[in-house]
Design a binder for this molecule. Structure first.
Ligand SMILES: NC(=O)c1ccc[n+]([C@@H]2O[C@H](COP(=O)([O-])OP(=O)(O)OC[C@H]3O[C@@H](n4cnc5c(N)ncnc54)[C@H](O)[C@@H]3O)[C@@H](O)[C@H]2O)c1
Length: 254
C-alpha cells in the first residue's frame, strides 16, 4: 500500500486571512489534502468556506475575527473547536503591508503594521497552543513571514513591514524551541512577490522593477506556496521545526 506522508485527512486547520489572496488559495489546497478548514478573517469569508466545502468535500466554516484582539482570537478558537470537534493545525497568515517612507510613518502607521503582522501572529499561535495543551493534543503551526524578513525591498519604503516580518521569522524559531517538548512544531514560509490583492494595486512601474529583479522574471502565484505549507503541516515534516522556507523565484539568492 502506498503511504502518503503529506495527507491532512481528518485534520482541522485554522487559516487566518483566508478571505482572499494566499490564505484563500492555500485553504483550498489544504482541503484538497483532506483537511477541514476554519477561516478567521476581518471580512466575512463564509462564501469562500462554502466554496471550499463544496469543491473538496470537507467541512469548512468562517469566523469574522480581528486577529489583533486577543479576546476575539480566544473566542474564535473555542467556537472553531466546538463546531469542528477538534483543532490540529494552524496556517497563521493574515497580514497587511504599508508602502510609506520611514520619515513619513506616523506612530499609528508603524504600530498598526506591527500589530497585525507580528503581535497578532503571536496572539493566534498562543491561543491555538493553549487550546492544544488544555486538550492534551499535539499540533503544528506555519506562520507567514516574508522574504522581507531577510532583504530590504526597493524602490518602495516599507520599514514597518520588513521589521514586522523579521520579527515573525524569529518568533517562529523562539516558539519552535519553547514548544518542542509539547509536540507542537512551528515553522514559517517566506514568500517573495506573489500576485494577490495585496500586490495587485501597486504602481505598475514598481511591479516592473520587482519583476526585473527576480531571477525567475515573474511574480509567483499563491498556488506555488501551497506545497510548502502542506509539507510543513503534515507528517512529512515530523523532524522539522523552527525552519523558514523562502519561496521567492531566487530573489534572495542573488
Ligand atoms: N502578496 C505578497 O507578495 C506577499 C509576499 C510575502 C508575504 N506575504 C504575506 O502573506 C500574507 C497574505 O498576504 P496576501 O498577499 O494574501 O494579502 P491579502 O491582502 O490579499 O490578504 C490578506 C487577508 O488578511 C486579512 N486580514 C488583514 N488584517 C486582518 C486582521 N487584523 N484580522 C483578520 N484578518 C485580517 C484580510 O482581510 C485579507 O483577507 C500576509 O501575511 C503577507 O504579508 C505576501
Amino acid at each position: 500500500m502506498k503511504t502518503d506522508r503529506f495527507t491532512l485527512d481528518g485534520k482541522v486547520t485554522i487559516v487566518t486571512g483566508g478571505g482572499q489572496g494566499i490564505g484563500k488559495v492555500v485553504a483550498g489546497e489544504l482541503a484538497d489534502q483532506g483537511s477541514d478548514i476554519v477561516i478567521f478573517d476581518l471580512q466575512d469569508a463564509t462564501e469562500v468556506a462554502n466554496q471550499i466545502a463544496e469543491q473538496h468535500g470537507v467541512s469548512a466554516m468562517a469566523l469574522v475575527c480581528d486577529v489583533t484582539d486577543p479576546d476575539q482570537v480566544a473566542k474564535a478558537i473555542d467556537q472553531a473547536a466546538d463546531r469542528m470537534g477538534t483543532l490540529d493545525l494552524l496556517f497563521n497568515n493574515a497580514g497587511i503591508c504599508l508602502h510609506k517612507p520611514a520619515l513619513e510613518c506616523t506612530p499609528t502607521d508603524f504600530t498598526k503594521v506591527v500589530d497585525v503582522n507580528l503581535n497578532a501572529i503571536f496572539f493566534v499561535a498562543q491561543a491555538f497552543a493553549r487550546w492544544l495543551v488544555a486538550h492534551n493534543k499535539q499540533g503544528n503551526i506555519v506562520n507567514t513571514a516574508s522574504m522581507s524578513a531577510t532583504i530590504v525591498n526597493i524602490p518602495q519604503g516599507q520599514a514597518s513591514y520588513n521589521s514586522s516580518k523579521a520579527g515573525v521569522a524569529h518568533l517562529t524559531k523562539s516558539l519552535a524551541v519553547e514548544w518542542a517538548p509539547l509536540g507542537i512544531r512551528v515553522n514559517s514560509i517566506s514568500p517573495g512577490y506573489i500576485n494577490t490583492e495585496m500586490t495587485g494595486n501597486v504602481r505598475e512601474d514598481w511591479r516592473q522593477i520587482w519583476t526585473d529583479m527576480i531571477p525567475f522574471k515573474r511574480m509567483g502565484s499563491p498556488e506555488e506556496l501551497a506545497g510548502a505549507v502542506i509539507y510543513l503541516l503534515s507528517d512529512a515534516a515530523t523532524y522539522t521545526s523552527g525552519a523558514d522556507l523562502i519561496i521567492d523565484g531566487c530573489f534572495t539568492v542573488v
